[in-house]
Ligand binder design. Sequence first.
Ligand code: FAD
Length: 438
Amino acid sequence: MQTYLEPARSLPVVAEVEVLVAGGGPAGVGAALAAARAGAKTMLLEKANALGGMATSGMMSHWSGAQQLPLLQEIIDRMRTSSSLPPDREITSDYDEKWCISHECQKTALAELLAEAAVVVQLHTWVVGVIKEGDRVCGVITESKSGREVILAKVVIDATGDGDLAAWAGVEFILGREKDNCCQPVTLMFRIGGVDYSRAIFPGSFESYIQIPKGEVQALGKKHLPPPAGHVLLYQTRLPGEVCVNMTNVTNIDGTDVRQLSQAEFICRQQMDAIILFLREFVPGYEKCYLVAAAENVGVRETRHCQGVYTITGEDILEARVFEDWIATRNYFNFDIHSLIGPGLDRNGVQKHFKSKGTYTIPYRACLPRKVDGLLFAGRNISGTHLAHSNFRVMGICLGIGQGVGVAAAVAVKQNVLPRDVDIREVQRILLANGVEV
Ligand SMILES: Cc1cc2nc3c(=O)[nH]c(=O)nc-3n(C[C@H](O)[C@H](O)[C@H](O)COP(=O)(O)OP(=O)(O)OC[C@H]3O[C@@H](n4cnc5c(N)ncnc54)[C@H](O)[C@@H]3O)c2cc1C
């Protein structure tokens, strides 16, 4: 490939903080809130125009996993106090009451919580590089409308979902599935309106086989939707007549490649129109549905698995392991590997045969690079196998991981030690004091 040697230039150092969090999704929000509440001067950088990552800009239907986490409850409760929610909306189910996300209200709720914790939040900011002294990360380079700038930090947390900072810092990673680097498919979420809730069905999983007048809904989807779309996943929202649609599907995409991401966006947009026509023709209650809005970017399920001091395995989850260095607890979810070649679940059957001994914990070592210092991972990019990741990638668990990592970063700053030398008992003491239970 032809190359261009960019001339060196001086960059302004615009801030110096104790804990710097890159990425404002569930993990980044958890990390920034926890670090600031534990007393660290904290800054969060996010490329989008709002906080929440996949939970909000990604238009996710609902929070899954870690449903006993007090921080998750706090975030949901704050969203539910929003005066912008429909005033006379009847709550119809536990799902509706607790886990269903109102995207715009959730964005505002997160901004409020971070402001109250005195986190400095900078939106519209891409982190594009890391600054290292020897093996230690000590800051980041950003790009924004204000140009190229530097922010220095004692501890940097990579909550980008894709492990962008870790990769730039030289941390080893495995992309997707170990044997062939194939990643789970990507999906552009969207919302439709005009749905008649009194007659509508809401198939919430690939195994939601529902008989409707023209046949069984999943079978109809496979027959009439353009592959690799083909499954039918529809979720209630808090907005009258609106439904969250998780049905676009593009396989064989590397979410760290901008050209493949662009291609995925265009394919999803074509599928969106076909899905709406399908819903109108086949699914009761959807005869008059129409497109309201699509997510701000295609949702990426899996990319880099950063290699940490410990790598979480499927067996750890099945055995419900409680690690000595736990930082996120009481995690529970299925193995959720979507087919890597078409609609529905992976044919390996791991979801169908999932039987765990209970809830499991995330060890701090899975968030700690093997060699690079000054850097921690949080969220779906922590160290885990393809199989384990399919479980801990859900937002509730990522939020809890973020919280644990944020506290660890703050303790490292307070004790003036590297994150790898942090007193894990002190980290756990703070988490327990914040209502986390083992
Ligand atoms: C289609 C789909 C459906 C899903 N369904 C569910 C579900 O029903 N329930 C559930 O709980 N989970 C679900 N998940 C999983 C879940 O949404 C993600 O795994 C989870 O959000 C990961 O959290 P995170 O904070 O690690 O990453 P993200 O939520 O992806 O957040 C990362 C943030 O970092 C920002 N960022 C990235 N790179 C940079 C950079 N270089 N500079 C600055 N900012 C950056 C992004 O803009 C984003 O805000 C789904 C995922 C997908 C894709």
